[in-house]
Write a protein that binds this ligand. Structure first.
Ligand code: URA
Length: 186
């Protein structure tokens, strides 16, 4: 807990990459540091940058709905964060240098929260957490290990919003997979 507070304070003062110049807020996390379930997205968007909280825009509303309907929870019982803590201007992709300078925050968040299951949202989070170049389309549908944590990749909710019922159904199936791990005590 002290460790999380310490790295959050570091992140809030972070000047390690150019995103520090354009951000409104550092978007560190939402939810519970005791959570057994962690969601990892890509990077804050416009709404998140303004409010300082991950997944509060349209994507976040879909995520909240799926967490409620498939897991019977709300966001406050999960730990939600992104690989990148500051908004890339115009929602461009983060550069490899930005990822490298931000990576240790995510690693420390995982080590401090020690969730039983991590659900990665989209290509970028899955690739970063699993250390692969594969697409989420290839990766989803099964689970992986990241140190002692089960990783369940799913689509990014923004893709769910664009892709319609089929994509959302696949996201639901992925959350059911995550729920099974939580229930099994693995
Ligand atoms: N997309 C993300 O990946 N993260 C957010 O917090 C919001 C949108």
């Amino acid at each position: 807990m002290a460790l999380l507070a310490e790295i959050e304070a570091d992140a809030r003062a972070c000047l390690a990459c150019p995103l520090a110049e354009s951000r409104t807020n550092v978007v560190f996390s939402a939810g519970s540091s005791q959570a057994e379930l962690m969601f990892v997205g890509e990077a804050p968007g416009h709404d998140e940058d303004l409010q300082g909280e991950p997944f509060v825009g349209r994507s976040g509303r879909l995520l909240d709905r799926l967490i409620g309907e498939e897991l019977g929870r709300d966001r406050s019982s999960c730990y939600i964060c992104n690989v990148i803590k500051c908004r890339p201007p115009g929602n461009r992709n983060p550069t490899p240098a930005e990822v490298a300078s931000c990576r240790h925050y995510l690693d420390t968040q995982v080590a401090a929260v020690r969730p039983r299951v991590i659900v990665t949202l989209g290509n970028f989070a899955a690739r970063t957490v699993l250390g692969t170049d594969e697409t989420v389309t290839k990766l989803r549908g099964r689970s992986y290990r990241y140190e002692s944590t089960v990783v369940v990749p799913t689509f990014h909710p923004s893709y769910g919003l664009r892709g319609g019922a089929t994509v959302v159904a696949e996201m639901r199936a992925d959350l059911v997979r995550a729920k099974r791990f939580l229930a099994s005590g693995t």
